[in-house]
Design a protein around this ligand. Sequence first.
Ligand SMILES: [Mn+2]
Length: 421
Amino acid sequence: MKNLHPNMIKILHLADIHIGSGFSHGRINSATGLNTRLEDFVNTLSLCIDRALEEPVDMVIFGGDAFPDATPAPYVQEAFASQFRRLVDADIPTVLLVGNHDLHSQGVGGASLNIYRTLGVPGFVVGDTLTTHHIQTRNGKVQVITLPWLTRSALMTRKETAGLSMAEVNQLLTERLEVVLEGEIRKLDPDLPTILLAHLMADNAMLGAERLLAVGKGFTLPLSLLTRPCFNYVALGHVHCHQNLNKSNDPPVIYPGSIERVDFSEEKEDKGYVMVELDQGDTKWEFCPLPVRPFLTIEVDLSKSDDPLSILLGAIAKHNLDETVVRLIYKLRSEQLDLIENSVLHKALNTAHSYTIQPELVSQLAKPRIPELNASSSIDPMEALKTYLHNRDDLKDLATPMLEAAQTLLEEDNHILLNNF
Ligand SMILES: [Mn+2]
């Protein structure tokens, strides 16, 4: 008789842990000798694991980007391992997907996560190739297709991409990926619940406001590749801002986002993880916010003020800075510099967890920006360069070679340019 697995399967989905990053936002904890931002990230990760154990969930899936890079310091690697070890002790199967930050720029494989496979950690699966894993949980079997971060070299040779634009490379890569994914889909058992776990940039993902200016138009995959009816849940990693990409929610296509604020671009975002009730009929999911350290930008234009210091102090005094990572940005004219006493500013910011002070000089002679590049939320780097060169008659003779050189650079390193997340 066929086993129909009547139970729903409870899963905790988290991504973009990036533990070990953002040390500049912390300070050394004199009691432990550790950077407080490492302690913050460990604490937040431990809350995710606490929840997994309390439920308990049947499986944990991690959507990639464990550390800032593939070679974390041993004490950072250990902090990560000590938390995931708790899942091993509780017999909770766990899938660790390899994100772009887990990949070596040289060679293949995600060294920082592959160690879990090398050591044969019970119940742990490392997703560093596009393949299907059959995972036995307490409430039945699950199929998980892992789709790690792909670089061009995984699907194409350098010869094949020579002379192609970034858009053409992207198109070719998408087509190749579709074929390989289709192969996995055909092998699926239709009677088992199925998850696609992928680290990628989907073409309709919303980035945090400050990231729209980046080279965001490059390496993206179409949502249609992910919204296949054979998937009961699509678990993503890479974009740090939590969102569901599929309005119909059938299947849910979820970025849980990062678990801590990695930088100031995430100042206003909620951080958390996602609880999933996987069901072949109707999968349910819920975003669970985490209590993370607040970030605050205080930005003041003092250039028209007669008493810039008191205006600045007034702007600071409006906020409770306790436990907060603060960034103070103020604009002023060069002749106002002497009116700002740094010791007074340091005193005013004293209660913050950490702070940076960024004065910006407003030049009286500032030229207007190139109007075509203003008010544009997203700038293609080639278009930006063309526009710039068009406005610089003195560079006329250099324009063509500069554009060619820029095109070559973008083609060579497009995956590096996209490693911002
Ligand atoms: Mn990533």
